[in-house]
Design a protein around this ligand. Structure first.
Ligand SMILES: CC(C)(COP(=O)(O)OP(=O)(O)OC[C@H]1O[C@@H](n2cnc3c(N)ncnc32)[C@H](O)[C@@H]1OP(=O)(O)O)[C@@H](O)C(=O)NCCC(=O)NCCS
Length: 252
């Protein structure tokens, strides 16, 4: 990205130097000396710097566009507005912020520490390595902004609905209310059924998590029952969960 800006700067400088030398040659009727060249050179660089300052917005948009190209390279798949990829160490800061937000974690027994988030990322990376899917890092294509995760994970805790692959989501609050969860979840179901060849995908949430259940219904999943989540048995307020599912044959 920086190299492109430097090339642009050098190209502009070259154009101006050539133009000034040309003018100098004419104005001195061919009698050009070193001082003229130095003056031309300094003036050219000055003009380029002024142009770069005046055209700050244009340069910023060039930087944005270039960085977007770099960022989109690693996406496993995309929806209209979102990109989905595996996790890397650079995601820790943003993901730790998300997991420490009490509003985001309202329907979970507790927020996560930075260490717990690190362990979570390691588990998600391992899951991707083994199954070729995970709760994917989800980013806005237009800006490259990290907004959280949407994706799938294999669940083998013991209930009448498992073992099964579930679909789940966790987005930062500034990304709520924009339809990202629904759009991303649809793209994940498509990936799950048509690329991974899964037959069935389930989704679960606590009884009070109406926002999440609303997403499940919007992406065409049907409620199949409630159950006591074995991993939440020490948290009576969160233990009762709803299960939704969708079969590949019913996915449109
Ligand atoms: C659950 C969660 C992902 C839902 O996010 P969300 O932004 O409310 O979900 P959606 O993507 O469906 O968007 C919701 C609203 O965006 C609005 N919206 C704005 N622009 C839109 C667009 N271009 N397309 C579609 N909807 C749009 C819609 O009005 C929609 O609401 P509606 O369906 O009632 O009309 C989010 O609340 C969250 O991350 N919660 C914390 C973590 C969590 O609980 N995860 C689930 C654990 S089981």
């Amino acid at each position: 990205m920086k190299i492109k800006i430097i090339i642009l700067f050098l190209a502009l400088t070259f154009v101006f130097i050539t133009a000034f030398i040309f003018l100098a040659v004419y104005s001195t009727e061919g009698d050009i000396n070193n001082l003229d060249i130095i003056k031309s050179f300094v003036t050219s660089i000055g003009i380029c710097i002024i142009l770069m300052i005046v055209n700050r917005k244009g340069l910023l948009s060039l930087i944005k566009k270039t960085s977007k190209i770099n960022l989109t390279k690693n996406y496993i798949f995309k929806s209209e507005r979102l990109g989905f990829r595996n996790w890397n160490a650079d995601d820790l800061t943003e993901f730790a912020k998300l997991n420490a937000d009490e509003g985001v974690m309202e329907h979970f027994p507790k927020t996560l520490t930075e260490l717990e988030t690190t362990e979570f990322i390691v588990r998600l990376q391992k899951h991707y390595k083994e199954k070729k899917y995970t709760y994917f890092v989800t980013e806005v294509l237009a800006t490259g902004e990290f907004i959280g995760f949407i994706g799938m994970a294999y669940q083998d805790y013991k209930t009448e609905f498992t073992p099964a692959t579930d679909i789940g989501w966790r987005l930062k609050q500034s990304a709520w209310g924009k339809g990202y969860a629904t759009e991303g979840a649809k793209a994940c179901l498509d990936f799950g059924f048509n690329n991974l060849n899964l037959d069935k995908i389930i989704s679960t949430c606590t009884l009070n998590n109406t926002k999440s259940a609303h997403v499940m219904a919007k992406i065409g999943m049907k409620k199949v029952g409630t159950f006591n989540h074995p991993k939440l048995k020490d948290y009576p307020d969160y233990e009762t969960c709803i299960c939704y599912e969708v079969m590949k044959v019913d996915f449109k």
